[in-house]
Design a protein around this ligand. Sequence first.
Ligand SMILES: Cc1ncc(COP(=O)(O)O)c(C=O)c1O
Length: 460
Amino acid sequence: MTAVSPVVNGQQQARSEAYCADRAHVFHSWSAQASLDPVVVAGGAGSWFWDEDGRRYLDFSSQLVNLNLGHQHPVIVAAIAEQAATLCTIAPIFAEAKRSRAAELIASHSPAGLDRVFFTNGGADANEHAVRMARLTTGRPKVLSMYRSYHGGTATAMALTGDPRRWANDNGAGGVVHFFGPYAYRSAFHADSEAQEGERALQHLTDVLTLEGPQTIAAIILEPVVGTNGILVPPPGYLAGVRELCNRYGVVLIADEVMSGFGRCGEWFAMDHWKVVPDLITFAKGVNSGYVPLGGVIMSDAIADAFATRPYPGGLTYSGHVLGCAAAVASMQAFEDEGILPYVRRVGEEVVRPGLEAIAAAHPSVGEVRGLGLFWAIELVRNPQTREPLVPFNATGADAAPMNELAAAAKSQGLFPFTHFNRMHVVPPLNTSEDDLRHGLAIIDHVLALADRHVPEQAR
Ligand SMILES: Cc1ncc(COP(=O)(O)O)c(C=O)c1O
């Protein structure tokens, strides 16, 4: 069905009712509304989705890196339908079978000693509550968080965030102090090896703690593998060093596993990769592939016990929504039945890593490829020697054109990419077939010729 749309980008076109109603009534996140021209999605299956004209896209961004088992996984869809037929919703005060089972399964996949789950609606509110728990149990006001991080769009989560999305939301009163994490390719510490980067980043964090006054710090929150801000895999020993600092100063360690958890890094939680145990883990997204909003905080026994006789001052109407919990139970079962974790580890190392290394060797615009599991970044540069980024930090408008062109070219080839600043991320659903992984990488290889044009001859 078509209708005449309002003028979009200076052009009046016949567009569907869905498109017109969207442009007239839907206010989209993080966007200047007049600049939007959204694809109208008609359906999806597995790692693919399609628009209302039947144009198909291979999803190398897992939507917002949450669609870990792809679209319309039959086991999760059936579990939601069954739960809907039984009981659509029930207040948080009650116990309910799927909520209990979801918490039990999540605890079983968490490190020993993290046994209780406070459910939220998503990742931002999970971080809000984790920080609240840390402040209440330590009696301390401040939180340390990394630059180059994202922790969510609500007040405290925004204050924690270490990227430009915070700027317009920051009133400076969040009680958050930011520090630099390890990022060897663009070292803040003039390090010339991964090992040196890890050591110097830890020394920097020690200095920040010392100068802020450790007795004023309730928590350190970090993404164990930084997600949107670059898929930054920490050097060996870094996370263990942060754990040690937290132990030394009685600081709560919060692992924000909203993006890195539930198989993205080939483990239930990215922290498992380094066998480091935080005090609180926040999760959302991949817990149930986002079929129904669900997030939460997995709590150490010590923190949970602090609220055994003293009430926890916080809650949400939809805490532990039973449709979301039913989807989570089914998803975790599907992970086991389909061997998702070993599959992610294998294709990450045998398909994606070599594929991206070949792409890096073939394209002068690729400064570095890095990642693990199905969590990878291609960092694009104008000059591989100086490492000048392909587009400036936080570029918009004409400055961002080289990345926008790249994304548009990928879409025109049927690949839906994840781009951020001067990077393209490879973050497909975890059950994407080997053939589809290779197909997507081949499209990236093809379109990177566009980025190469910005690299001068003498820098190649
Ligand atoms: C690491 C991390 N934490 C928190 C969030 C916020 O999650 P939500 O959008 O579900 O509130 C995100 C979202 O992208 C994230 O990547």
